[in-house]
Write a protein that binds this ligand. Structure first.
Ligand SMILES: Nc1ncnc2c1ncn2[C@@H]1O[C@H](COP(=O)(O)OP(=O)(O)OP(=O)(O)O)[C@@H](O)[C@H]1O
Ligand SMILES: Cc1ncc(C[n+]2csc(CCO)c2C)c(N)n1
Length: 282
């Protein structure tokens, strides 16, 4: 009953209270709205950290180069080191990479090839062995990244992990777990999981406004409770929710859609995963 009354209260609040904007990359203070600009994340001038995880790169070469070049700091994660090495090997000068060497190379190195590790170490990458077998190399990498950002006094607006959601469901689910844990590790820089066709991140308890544009019209999206039910109220989606309980075993919001509205407002009483398909890269 308490959950229901909390949700109703939150829902009424969403509909009635004026939105007070805070910087999109910052995190909630009660009554504030977190602003998200998922289509602008890698725009020129945006400051983000990039992680390459262990899945084949499915972007076009031009898009992958653009994402790499615009990053303020880059890390490859265990087997992701081989992926990046092979992607860039021999063509780094032809495809316009500004610097093909990652800043950080992390992992337990059960997947990274020695020749890749040696090459990157010899060319200035910081190679950090993270042997702990109670956490994935992805989670451990964002801990190392966080330390490195502090050491460099570098502030980023986002951390973007490139990884296709294919192959191993345990890896895919643990990546979602890392998205949920990330705020405790990274503080104010949100962690996004980017595939060639989608982007996903966690909306923590509170109020959110997602800004898109015409390109998002009719793109699919999903709102998935993480670990516990969530009561969600939304506006701007094809299937809007009004204090609707989302839970596994009941209803989760998949195959939802953006409409012609370029702003989606959401309120949730528990963390949810927000995932959306991306319009074609230009
Ligand atoms: N099939 C996959 N689907 C989604 N993510 C993956 C997949 N394979 C690897 N990853 C991501 O890439 C990261 C690095 O992968 P890698 O296999 O090199 O590391 P790992 O953590 O040692 O995994 P494991 O020891 O279980 O194979 C993982 O931590 C995970 O986040
Ligand atoms: C209960 C429990 N289940 C699985 C693992 C194994 N594990 C989890 S993350 C990780 C690292 C992958 O590189 C490994 C081996 C564990 N430690 N504890």
């Amino acid at each position: 009953m308490k959950l229901v009354s909390d949700a109703l209260r939150l829902g009424r609040f969403l509909l009635s209270a004026p939105f007070k904007a805070v910087h999109w990359a910052s995190f909630k203070v009660a009554n504030d709205v977190i602003e998200w600009h998922p289509l602008e994340l890698m725009a020129k001038g945006s400051k983000y950290a990039l992680l390459i995880l262990n899945q084949p790169i499915q972007f076009t070469t031009d898009t992958a180069v653009m994402i790499w070049n615009r990053a303020s700091i880059r890390a490859t994660v265990d087997g992701g080191t081989n992926i990046w090495f092979k992607f860039s090997e021999g063509i780094e000068n032809d495809i316009g990479l500004s610097n093909p060497i990652p800043d950080l190379v992390t992992g337990d190195f059960d997947s990274a090839e020695t020749r890749c590790l040696k090459y990157y170490q010899a060319h200035g990458a910081k190679v950090i062995h993270t042997p702990d077998q109670d956490e994935t190399d992805f989670s451990k990498c964002i801990r190392e990244l966080s330390t490195e950002l502090v050491a460099r006094e570098l502030k980023v607006n986002a951390v973007i992990a490139v990884c296709e959601n294919t192959g191993r469901l345990d890896h895919i689910l643990s990546n979602l777990n890392t998205l949920q844990k990330a705020r405790d590790i990274l503080g104010s820089a949100p962690l996004y999981l980017l595939t060639h066709s989608s982007i996903s991140w966690v909306l923590h308890t509170g109020r959110h406004r997602i800004h898109v544009d015409d390109r998002a019209m009719d793109q699919h999206c999903g709102l998935i409770p993480l670990g516990q039910p969530a009561y969600v109220t939304s506006s701007g989606l094809k299937w809007d929710m009004d204090c609707l309980k989302l839970e596994f075993g009941g209803l989760i919001s998949t195959s939802n859609k953006f409409t012609d509205q370029t702003t989606v407002t959401l309120e949730t009483d528990r963390p949810i995963l927000f995932t959306m398909t991306l319009p074609p890269w230009k």
